[in-house]
Write a protein that binds this ligand. Structure first.
Ligand code: DLL
Length: 438
């Protein structure tokens, strides 16, 4: 198949680097002016830096601009960063976060159109068309998952089944009855759903071809596991409500990084401490500047997501830069006895062990006698408990040894019975930190 068939907008998805840089520069100039003229926060910040909109002439000038953080959004809650009159806002989206205030993002109709366009490009990347039936179990509401998948499906004319999360038995019934060809939900829920479909003996009754999963970090091992159970191809979709919902980036059929829709969202990968740009392939913090947004344009928004970038042209023909699968967020990273630990590292080890070790796990970090402890609870198959105690003990010790080797710290593993760890229908809670660190 001609790979260009899989592009919703071949012009922008495969534009030469130089042409794209000119386009991005023009859009940046407009965005900066919009921010300076309409958002007191940016006006003041730029004044303090001695910066005028006229100082920004091309995309390289982006490095002169101030950063924006989640804290800035919180301090300007709910509408302080809005750049248009309230009457131009057609919807509010957001995220609840784990503590404190919501993050609220106002969208104009144009912002919604850009969102639909970028998310539509992603579905096309996965080979989906108007012939497909997309079963959406991302939540609908302020969270952008459900509506983002919905807008994307509308954009390409596919049939959308807006299920939202919950009631797994009903999800399975609807997927079978309506003949869903694509499943859109978080990877943790996809795995749970996949296992439930397998337990119900329904894998062959499904018409599923594709999974569109994101909203939380997940590993290649997790991807393979879902693919194996459901006999589908899984894609990694990324987005955040501050920039737009799902659709900021997604991997193509080559699964060699997530293509960023960089005519809408300009990415930088920076050293999180010095803010210097990282070389291609080096891990850093992803920072976005919106190039089209009207409601809440953001300059150099620090996402806290850790990834690396690759500017080379992909085998699929796209020239859009690709980011690697996310390692996690800077705030998901736990420093345990001085060692940096990400849940994705634990997930990689557990899923690579396989066998009686399941993919349902949770990390508990605590401090006992002034020393940090890490306990990993992981579910094992029922039959392990019916074996002699010695075998259970052996399994525990071998998982502990593998984790210690990978993480560089000792870990206490607790093998627990199936379905002990709470299942999530949205983003999985992988870490409980009881240390109350500030
Ligand atoms: O999670 C939007 C979304 C919905 C993306 C559905 C994909 C699918 P927020 O609730 O604002 O928005 O959370 C954004 O989730 O900064 C990342 O830390 C994380 N995240 C999103 N997608 C991925 C992914 C939605 N594919 C935050 N891999 C982001 C890893 C992801 N982390």
């Amino acid at each position: 198949m001609d790979t260009k068939d899989l592009m919703l907008d071949p012009k922008h998805e495969s534009m030469s680097r130089d042409e794209m840089a000119v386009l991005q520069g023009q859009k940046l100039v407009k965005t900066v002016k919009r921010c300076y003229d309409n958002v007191p926060f940016y006006h003041d910040k730029m004044k303090d830096m001695g910066l005028e909109p006229g100082d920004i002439r091309n995309i390289e000038d982006i490095r002169k601009l101030p950063f924006t953080t989640k804290e800035d959004l919180r301090n300007n809650y709910p509408f302080g960063l809005c750049a248009v009159p309230r009457s131009e806002i057609v919807r509010l989206q957001g995220t609840s976060g784990t503590t404190g205030k919501l993050t609220i993002v106002p969208y104009t109709q144009h912002d919604v159109d850009v969102w639909a366009e970028s998310a539509g490009r992603c579905l096309t990347m996965a080979g989906l068309t108007k012939e497909d039936i997309i079963h959406v179990c991302y939540g609908y509401g302020l969270f952008t998952g459900g509506l983002g998948a919905d807008f994307a499906a509308n954009r390409i004319g596919a049939t959308v089944v807006p299920m939202s999360a919950g009631n797994t038995a009903r999800q399975i019934m609807c997927m079978e009855d309506f003949g869903a060809t694509a499943l859109a939900c978080t990877p943790s829920y996809a795995l749970y759903l996949a296992e439930s479909i397998a337990e119900a003996g329904k894998v062959d009754a499904m018409k599923l071809k594709v999974g569109i999963h994101g909203a939380e970090p997940w590993t290649e091992e997790m991807r393979r596991k879902i693919e194996e159970i459901l006999h589908i191809e899984c894609f990694d979709i990324y987005g955040l409500c501050e920039i737009t919902g799902p659709g900021v980036a997604m991997d193509c059929r080559y699964h060699n990084g997530l293509h960023i829709n960089h005519d809408f969202f300009y990415p930088e990968v920076l050293d999180p401490v010095t803010y210097e740009p990282m070389e291609d392939g080096e891990l850093g913090e992803l920072v976005f500047t919106t190039l089209e947004k009207e409601g809440m344009p953001l300059l150099r928004y620090r996402t806290k997501d850790l990834t690396s970038i690759d500017h080379s042209t992909c085998a699929c023909g796209r020239t859009t830069p690709r980011i690697s699968k996310f390692k996690g967020r800077t705030d998901d990273m736990k420093v345990i006895r001085g060692v940096n630990v990400f849940p994705t590292q634990v997930e990689t080890i557990l899923l690579s062990i396989g066998g009686n070790i399941s993919n349902h796990y949770q990390m508990i970090v605590d401090r006992v006698n002034n020393s940090d402890t890490l306990t990993v609870m992981v579910e094992v198959n029922d039959n392990v408990f019916s074996d002699e105690m010695g075998k259970l003990d052996g399994l525990k010790r071998s998982v502990e040894a593998k984790l210690k080797q990978a993480l560089g710290i000792s870990v206490d593993v607790k093998l627990v019975e199936p379905k002990t760890i709470q299942r999530s229908e949205g983003k999985a809670k992988r870490v409980i930190d009881k240390r109350n660190l500030v």
